[in-house]
Design a binder for this molecule. Structure first.
Ligand code: MN
Length: 204
């Protein structure tokens, strides 16, 4: 299958002032598009995966031929992470509620404690990567998970529900080197309704 860059679900300037139109244009149109293009380029050499979905490629990464495994991990992961990232943000954010609120409170006691733990993990991630909120089916609960580069939680047996991009390309145009300021601003555009729907889907 040919993988495609998904259109953004909002206008380029819709997430301002947290993400400027210029920053979002580069992030989606250049960075994300490059992951899609390089994934397609790698997969063009291995037609046996033509009917594998992106989710299957990342979940069963160890079964993917070694000649393309790193490309799938990096570019497939980059495509999946960014696709989820766009879909879990919206202009002005959407309030926390529903089952995701209960799940976060069950794991962390209250939202403030969760938020502090997430920020600490994200600020402390060395180099480039992402901090995720995942559904861990083995533990039956939601958990914070930070991974380097474009690794996907799917390859570790957990399901990503929401995520914060900690690559400098995500924040350097506006926040320069101040990663903690980017994380704090990002909370304001998290679409918790979408995250709640992701949790429902992950549990079934
Ligand atoms: Mn990115």
């Amino acid at each position: 299958m040919k993988h495609e860059l998904p259109p953004l679900p909002y206008a380029l300037d819709a997430l301002q002032p947290v993400i400027s139109g210029e920053a979002l244009g580069f992030h989606h149109g250049k960075h994300h598009k490059t992951y899609v293009d390089k994934l397609n380029e790698a997969l063009s050499k291995v037609p046996q995966y033509d009917d594998w979905s992106l989710e299957r490629l990342l979940t069963d990464l160890d079964a993917v031929d070694p000649s393309v495994r790193t490309a799938v991990r990096n570019h497939g992961g980059g495509h999946h992470n960014h696709s989820l990232f766009w879909r879990t943000m919206c202009p002005g954010g959407a309030p926390l509620g529903g089952e995701i609120r209960k799940a976060i409170e069950s794991s962390y006691g209250d939202f403030g404690t969760f938020q502090s733990a997430f920020e600490k993990d994200a600020a402390g991630l060395f180099g480039s990567g992402w901090t995720f909120l995942v559904w861990n089916p083995a533990h039956g609960k939601v958990e914070i998970e930070s991974l380097p580069n474009q690794d996907s939680p799917l390859s570790k047996g957990t399901t990503p529900l929401m995520l914060c991009d900690l690559w400098e390309h995500a924040y350097y145009l506006q926040f320069r080197n101040l990663r903690p300021d980017w994380i704090k601003a990002w909370w304001g555009i998290v679409d918790w309704r979408a995250v709640d729907a992701n949790l429902s889907a992950a549990r079934t």
